[in-house]
Design a protein around this ligand. Structure first.
Ligand code: DA2
Length: 288
C-alpha cells in the first residue's frame, strides 16, 4: 500500500486547514448561535470581543488530527481506486478510472475518515462555540480551558460515547459528499486537460476549489444538523437523534435552516480545496 498518498494527504490537508479555519469558526457560530445577524456581524463581533485570536479558537487540535483525518481521506481514496482500477496515481491521467469507481473510492474515504474525525470535530465545535474572550482578569472563565480539558470533561461528564456525539450525522454528511468531491475534481480536470497529460496548476486550483464548493453545498444541510447534535448535551439533551434534530430545527426555523452557513462554507471551500489539491498533486508528482 503506497504511503506517499497518506503523507501527501496529511501535508495538503494541513495547509488547507490553516487557511480555512477563520471561515470555519464563523460558520460554526452562525449554525449554532442565534446572536449574529450575518457573516459580517459575526466577524465584527468576534474581532471586537475576542480579537483576531477568536477566529483561530479550536485550531490546535484539528492541526494535530489532520495528520490522521486527511491522510485517511486521501490515502483510502487513492488506494481504493488502485484496488478498483489496478492503476497507480501516476498512471491515472493516462488511464482514467470510471466516475463510478471515483465515486465509490471517494465514499470509502469519507466513510472511514468519520471514525477518526468525530472526536476531533466535536472538540473543535465545542471550543469554537465558546464566546468568552481569552483569559482576562474579571471576565468569567470559559467552560473548557483547551482541547485536552475539553476532551477530558466530555469523557467525564458524558462517558466515552460522548466523544462520538454527532458522529452519525458526520458519517451521513461525509460519505456521499466525499464521493461528489472527487467526482467533481476528476471531471473538471479531465474536461480541461488534453488526453494523457497531467492537469496544469491552474486547472488543479480551479477544479479543487469548485470540488470543495460543490461538496460543501451538498454537505451543508447535514453539517448544520451535525453541529447542533455536537452542541446538544452541553447543558441538557434537547434532541432524540438526527431525525428529531432535523424535524425540530425545521419546525422552529423553517427549511432555510438547512442552508445556514452555506455562503461562508462555500467561501471557505474554494481556497482551502484549491490549495489542498494543488499541494497533493505536486507532492505526488515530485515523489513519483
Ligand atoms: C463536504 N465535505 C465533507 C468535504 N468535501 N470534505 C472534503 C473537504 C476537505 C477539506 N479539508 C475541507 O475541509 O474543505
Amino acid at each position: 500500500m503506497p504511503v506517499e498518498e497518506f503523507v501527501a494527504g496529511w501535508i495538503s490537508g494541513a495547509l488547507g486547514l490553516v487557511l480555512g479555519h477563520p471561515f470555519d469558526t464563523v460558520k460554526v457560530r452562525l449554525q449554532t448561535q442565534t446572536t449574529y445577524q450575518g457573516i459580517v456581524d459575526c466577524m465584527v463581533k468576534i474581532y471586537r470581543h475576542e480579537s483576531l485570536l477568536g477566529f483561530f479558537k479550536g485550531m490546535s487540535f484539528p492541526i494535530m488530527s489532520i495528520a490522521v483525518v486527511s491522510s485517511v481521506q486521501f490515502g483510502v481514496y487513492s488506494n481504493a481506486l488502485m484496488v478498483l482500477t489496478a492503476t497507480s496515481h501516476q498512471e491515472r491521467w493516462a488511464q482514467p478510472p470510471s466516475y463510478a469507481h471515483v465515486f465509490i473510492a471517494g465514499c470509502a474515504g469519507g466513510f472511514l475518515q468519520t471514525y477518526c474525525l468525530a472526536p476531533f470535530d466535536l472538540i473543535k465545535v465545542r471550543l469554537q462555540n465558546q464566546t468568552e474572550p481569552r483569559a482576562q482578569s474579571g471576565s468569567p472563565p470559559a467552560r473548557y480551558r483547551g482541547p485536552v480539558h475539553c476532551a477530558a470533561s466530555i469523557f467525564q461528564e458524558e462517558g466515552p460515547r460522548g466523544l462520538f456525539r454527532g458522529a452519525w450525522a458526520l458519517m451521513l454528511r461525509d460519505t456521499p459528499t466525499m464521493g461528489i468531491y472527487f467526482v467533481t475534481y476528476e471531471g473538471l480536470c479531465r474536461q480541461y486537460t488534453p488526453d494523457g497529460q497531467n492537469p496544469s496548476s491552474a486547472t488543479v486550483l480551479v477544479a479543487g476549489g469548485v470540488a470543495g464548493i460543490t461538496s460543501w453545498v451538498a454537505a451543508t444541510p447535514l453539517d448544520v444538523i451535525k453541529s447542533r447534535m455536537q452542541m446538544d448535551g452541553l447543558r441538557r439533551r434537547v434532541y432524540q437523534g438526527v431525525l428529531d434534530c432535523m424535524a425540530s430545527s425545521v419546525r422552529q426555523e423553517g427549511l432555510g435552516v438547512f442552508f445556514r452557513g452555506v455562503t461562508i462554507n462555500s467561501a471557505r471551500a474554494f481556497p482551502v480545496n484549491a490549495v489542498t489539491f494543488l499541494s497533493y498533486e505536486y507532492l505526488l508528482r515530485w515523489w513519483g
